[in-house]
Design a protein. Structure first.
Length: 242
């Protein structure tokens, strides 16, 4: 399942070879960032477990992180924090207190080092007058080894596919839940279609000061709701095929 992590071998080789200290530190940063992005990308915010364990702000942060990964705009430390959060809620063995106390400042420091001295990340006029020491690169490598090993160890224990195929009644129930604009960008297409159906019903049969017509129909006359929903989805599919 996780064999694709072999893609990071080139970074590991770069860290170990220490062609230059800057090159090694840059590779350490890239390795932590890549693993963090992969963890964020793997989690599915439709999962009931996620919705139960996280508050709206945390869900929005992860959703934003997923969008930023797609747009290649995510910040290193933000990605690391979201990946740590995901690992911590999925498995009790993840040492989030350590990562909050040590990992976050360390990632901040890597960013500062590479921005301050990194000829790989930004380039420098030759000859480069200020050299990064191999001792500093070795220290960064040691902490990177500890952090990435623990992240991958916990990541390998998690089955992110569990609970990702909710039944129809669960999806319908979710369609009545108020969600933020950010959360709505990550809902499955089936839930999006059902929400559109609910909106159509509510516009046709407004109930001022009372529960939504669509929800009342679903809770009191479930079979009628299902029949009308099927007709709505069939018509939508027909329109798309024309």
């Amino acid at each position: 399942m996780y064999s694709n992590f072999s893609d990071y071998q080139i970074l590991i080789d770069c860290i170990e070879s220490k062609v230059t200290a800057d090159n090694s530190i840059e590779a350490c940063k890239a390795l932590i960032e890549g693993i963090s992005k992969t963890i964020i990308d793997r989690v599915d915010l439709r999962c009931r477990f996620i919705l139960r364990e996280l508050d709206n702000n945390q869900i929005d942060n992860i959703s934003n992180a997923k969008s930023q990964i797609k747009n290649n705009t995510i910040k290193f430390v933000f990605a690391f924090k979201q990946a740590s959060l995901i690992l911590s809620i999925y498995h009790h063995s993840f040492g989030k207190s350590f990562f909050d106390a040590v990992g976050n400042p360390f990632c901040n420091m890597i960013g500062e080092i590479r921005n301050w001295k990194g000829d790989v990340s930004h380039g420098r006029v030759a000859p480069k007058m200020e050299k990064t020491s191999l001792e500093l690169a070795s220290l960064v490598e040691s902490l990177t080894d500890t952090i990435t090993f623990h992240m991958l160890e916990v990541f390998s224990l998690i089955d992110f596919s569990a609970g990702l195929v909710p039944d129809r009644s669960t999806i319908i129930s979710e369609s009545f839940v108020d969600k933020t604009e950010t959360q709505l960008t990550d809902i499955p297409d089936e839930e999006r279609d059902i929400r559109d159906f609910n909106d159509v019903l509510d516009e046709l049969y407004p109930l001022p000061g009372k529960p939504r017509y669509s929800r009342a129909l679903y809770e009191q006359y479930f079979e009628d709701y299902e029949i009308q929903l099927k007709e709505f989805l069939d018509n939508k599919e027909l329109e798309l095929s024309e």
